[in-house]
Design a protein around this ligand. Structure first.
Ligand SMILES: [Zn+2]
Length: 141
């Protein structure tokens, strides 16, 4: 098992990046498993043998895109994507169901989530549509 919550990988140039066909920025790949867990009616979705990527730009409606420039937008998902939701009800932690509002009102929640991730109780790779650990999305106290 890789460490889904390591925070080391932000700035190193990654060969696994690809350009979002809508906003033109480069984004990291996500496991196919993650896409399948968030897309609506996955039994109707024809995934291809290719890599998929996650666009985290709040202004871009694309959530996932593939090497073939096919896109999957917010409307195609059954999960509301926290980084694209500008309300304070935006989900930031999918493992434990924490909204931005919760995290802002109770700073203890961040501690709780940190402890759970240390004990490997989190499941960010699947639960979070970005496939990344949510701790970076918590408001700084
Ligand atoms: Zn995009």
């Amino acid at each position: 098992m890789s460490d889904c919550c390591s925070t080391s990988s932000v700035s190193k140039p990654s060969p696994g990046k690809y350009r979002c066909p809508v906003n033109g920025q480069n984004y990291n790949q996500v496991p196919l498993k993650t896409v399948v867990h968030h897309i609506k009616e996955p039994w109707h979705w024809k995934s291809k043998t290719q890599t998929y990527y996650f666009c985290d730009d709040p202004e871009c409606n694309v959530v996932y895109f593939g090497d073939d420039n096919s896109i999957i937008t917010c409307d195609h998902l059954r999960t509301s994507v926290g980084v694209k939701d500008k309300t304070d009800g935006a989900t930031i932690c999918y493992c434990f169901g924490v909204s931005l509002k919760d995290a802002t009102q109770d700073i203890y929640i961040r501690e709780y989530v940190t402890r759970q991730t240390k004990d490997r109780m989190c499941h960010c790779e699947i639960s979070n549509p970005s496939s990344k650990c949510c701790l970076k999305d918590f408001p700084k106290s």
